[in-house]
Design a protein around this ligand. Structure first.
Ligand SMILES: [Zn+2]
Ligand SMILES: [Zn+2]
Length: 312
């Protein structure tokens, strides 16, 4: 695996790591390691961590990513809020912050202006350092005007930290230190770095089915640990699809769960990739992509810009 790092000449104070502000980020890592050392290895603890990982990662992949960032399917205003609240417990800031930065990533994928590009700033920048600098502490809400029109989304995004605190406190009240250490600290560290691999490893490790203008890759291992997000070259090629594993053998757990939720009428218009688009390989001509997803469209997945219309 090789990465290319390009010196950036326009850095200023806002691009330096904020060590004091980032104490909670490093503190969660320390608490996870120290907690397991203190409590000792536990299979039941691992099960708690895995369950917490699975539920919260689904809210990130299917919620923050495929719904809030790409509007790749539709849902009700109530379930939209459920996705936001569960996603908030993953401690990756709020849905507005997450979606705004992710839309910038797609707009400038691996070009100058991309917030987390291995090609532009190196592996560790793309993996996690980009989150830890002042420049990216806040989001440009003009990028997510289709989301900011919901006051409840603005509210939860503004008070993101309290959902993490509430989740951790709830675990402690239910299962004491055992549940807190495994269900929050250990699970969150793995969840963070699992999510981060999509911005780092998925742009350097794997195969490229489509000759997109970025370095995105498909990687079955990353797809399994991230509930389907590892089919990242597919995703960059056709981001409006709620399905990132384009073929039956490309395991995409988030998509399967979305289809289940669709049968329960909690979500709808969960579409995949049209066959003629999927089979048009080895081309730099990407299908029509939303240039800036901040403007809501009335169309659905096939005829519109990939942004679903207002939740009902
Ligand atoms: Zn995306
Ligand atoms: Zn990407």
């Amino acid at each position: 695996m090789t990465t290319t790092t390009r010196p950036v000449d326009e850095l200023d104070d806002r691009d330096h790591l904020r060590w004091i502000d980032n104490i909670p980020f490093w503190g969660v890592h320390v608490a996870a390691i120290a907690g397991v050392a203190w409590l000792g290895w536990s299979w039941s603890g691992l099960a708690v961590a895995a369950a917490s990982y699975g539920v919260r990662l689904f809210a990130i992949t299917a919620g923050y990513h495929r719904y809030f960032s790409h509007r790749a399917y539709r849902t009700s205003r109530g379930f939209q809020l459920v996705l936001a609240v569960v996603g908030l417990t993953a401690t990756q800031k709020g849905p507005l912050w997450w979606a705004a930065h992710h839309r910038v990533h797609h707009k400038h994928s691996d070009q100058p202006g991309d917030v987390h590009s291995v090609r532009q700033r190196g592996f560790w920048w793309a993996h996690m350092l980009w989150i830890l600098v002042e420049r990216n502490a806040r989001a440009d809400h003009d990028k997510v005007r289709d989301l900011t029109r919901y006051p409840e989304l603005r509210f939860v995004d503004r008070h993101a930290i309290w959902f993490t605190v509430g989740f951790a406190l709830g675990l402690y009240l239910i299962g004491g230190w055992h549940a807190l250490i495994w269900g929050y600290f250990v699970s969150t560290v793995v969840l963070w770095h699992g999510t981060f691999t999509i911005n780092s490893l998925s742009h350097v490790w794997g195969t490229r089915r489509y000759a997109t203008t970025d370095d995105s890759r498909n990687n079955p291992f990353l797809a399994v640990i991230t509930l389907g997000e590892g089919w990242h070259n597919n995703h960059h090629y056709y981001q409006r699809s709620a399905r990132q594993g384009f073929y039956w053998w490309e395991i995409d757990l988030s998509f399967y769960v979305l289809k289940l939720l669709e049968t329960a009428h909690l979500v709808w218009d969960v579409e995949g990739v049209p066959r003629h688009v999927r089979d048009r390989r080895h081309t730099v001509e990407q299908p029509e992509q939303p240039d800036d997803q901040a403007t809501p469209a009335t169309g659905g997945l096939v005829s519109g810009t990939g942004i679903a219309s207002t939740p009902r």
